[in-house]
Write a protein that binds this ligand. Structure first.
Ligand code: GTP
Ligand code: MG
Length: 203
């Protein structure tokens, strides 16, 4: 899919103030610093669209971007950011969970996992929460430029094994590098396919 336009629409802290529309909406979630905003920029082919930072805790609101005038990308704050007060961490978690549970137009949630780490309880628990609540999601392993192919395969295998402890079937999975633009077209193809299904279902 070709990206013809990508525009920032609005930043929000409240789910009931989010833009009303009837287009496919794809949101990105994961631990702080996992690379959500960078991935959105790679997908939208615009380095300056979403704000990124070396320090965790950069994105603190829900940011909507309209792509090709036809579908939305949503940049969410990360969860599990250790260096803020407990109150702020709880508030962010509440915001994320209410977005996920209340946003009926949410078409697919991409859960981002840093490919360098062993499976972390916080991510597995979040995916279990999605499963219990019937939220459609896919997994994206990020920053694959930081590992060799064999290290990556090793870590992906560990993740599969971990998820198979609780899941019978695994969601779609992708491996990307926003830095080197690897795997981005796979994610775009997947989005395009869902967009087509969305269009057909509306007819
Ligand atoms: P918060 O908004 O704080 O939750 O973080 P985020 O998940 O949006 O992460 P962000 O995109 O801001 O990226 C965090 C850091 O990781 C930045 O320094 C990015 O340059 C770096 N980064 C993101 N993606 C990649 C990647 O694919 N490869 C490499 N090497 N670095 C990356
Ligand atoms: Mg961010």
């Amino acid at each position: 899919m070709k990206i013809k336009s990508a525009e920032f629409v609005i930043s929000n802290a409240k789910v009931n103030a989010l833009p009303q529309h009837d287009m496919p909406e794809y949101a990105f979630i994961g631990r702080s610093n996992v690379g959500k905003s960078s991935l959105i920029n790679a997908i939208a082919d615009n380095k300056n669209l979403a704000k990124t930072s070396q320090k965790p805790g950069k994105t603190l609101l829900m940011n909507h971007f309209l792509i090709n005038g036809e579908w939305y990308l949503v940049d969410l704050p990360g969860y599990g950011y250790a260096s803020v007060s407990k109150k702020m961490r709880d508030d962010l978690e509440k915001m994320i969970k209410s977005y996920v549970l209340q946003r009926e137009i949410l078409t697919n949630l991409f859960v981002l996992i840093d490919c360098r780490h062993e499976p972390q309880a916080i991510d597995v628990e979040f995916m279990n929460f999605l499963g219990v609540n019937g939220i459609p999601f896919s997994i994206i392993f990020t920053k694959i430029d930081k590992l060799s192919q064999s290290q990556l395969n090793n870590n992906l295998k560990k993740y599969h094994d971990k998820l198979f402890e609780t899941w019978e079937e695994l969601p779609p999975m992708f491996a990307t590098s926003s830095e080197k633009r690897i795997g981005i077209d796979d994610v775009l193809d997947y989005i395009e396919q869902i967009n087509e299904e969305f269009k057909k279902a509306k007819q």
